[in-house]
Design a protein around this ligand. Sequence first.
Ligand code: NAP
Length: 310
Amino acid sequence: MTVAIYLPSQDNTDWWVKLMQGLLPGWDIVSMDAVTDPAAVHYAVVWRPRTGDIARFSNLKAIVSVGAGIDHVLADAELPLGVPIIRTVGQDLTQRMLEYVTLHVLRHHRDMPRQLQAQAERDWHSIVVPVAPNRVVGVMGLGNLGAAAARILSQVGFATRGWSKSPKAIEGVDTFAGEEGLAQFLDGCGILVNLLPLTSATKGILNADLFSKLPAGACVINCARGGHLVDDDLLEALDSGHLKQATLDVFHQEPLPSAHPFWTHPAITVTPHIASRIDAETGGRLIAENLKIFRATGTCPDVADAVRGY
Ligand code: NAP
């Protein structure tokens, strides 16, 4: 029963190998690059696997994504079809995302970037902003993270909306579904939070057309995937003044290249994919539990739908 681990940095991989050896005594846990018998590998634990790495394992029973999204696994063009992909999700991940979303929604709502700029200029910029019930906040994606975020924002007092593929009912949240519900969801939405999975249907969804449906002065928070955003469209919408501010946690290329205009744009806050970066020990425990359940039963509740893409 061999578990092969791959993360883009070898140091991280080695660290995870040690962690998982401690959590799964009796299992053979190795770095993917140290596998000598690919046919003996039953589980692959990965973050952004290299193309073709997983296809070597002819007896693979499951792939574990070290994170909630599975897009980075599905990006492997040689991925064997039909092998279950287990997401790593849990209360820790949800809590972290709630903290991030609440922080940045409130920051935009209370115009903190402008306040900080005023402080730097010794400017007593005393303004009145709308109270939360008069601010519409929309959450795209109502899964584990999006539904929890929408609930919290509603509890803070925002006029909260949510958008998903299939209809949902969430107390205190006005919900919209499908492409037919998108324009209505966006209409009047002053702060937009993206928590969609990255799929062929959602790639590039944060684009000029979508921004044009938001009211002037809206703010955008992308804490899902860089591939959701058309970078140039965001820059244009900010530079034209149609959008006011953006907070970005995820990027097409990570780390964000040092020459990328997002780093220095006055209306953009960049964070380095830390919105809900699970600490490795908690993540390791979740992964170990899922592997034990999967080994015993042939499935587990966190198996994603690879055909659907999330
Ligand atoms: P999830 O449980 O899989 O939920 C996805 C939600 O998106 C569902 O409500 C789904 O609708 C909706 N959706 C999917 N495709 C759609 C479409 N074409 N149109 C409208 N709605 C659509 O995902 P999650 O666990 O909440 O995570 C969301 C994403 O957050 C992950 O995929 C990952 O990319 C990102 N993430 C980022 C970080 C970070 O640190 N920045 C950390 C963790 C996760 P239905 O319910 O109708 O299917």
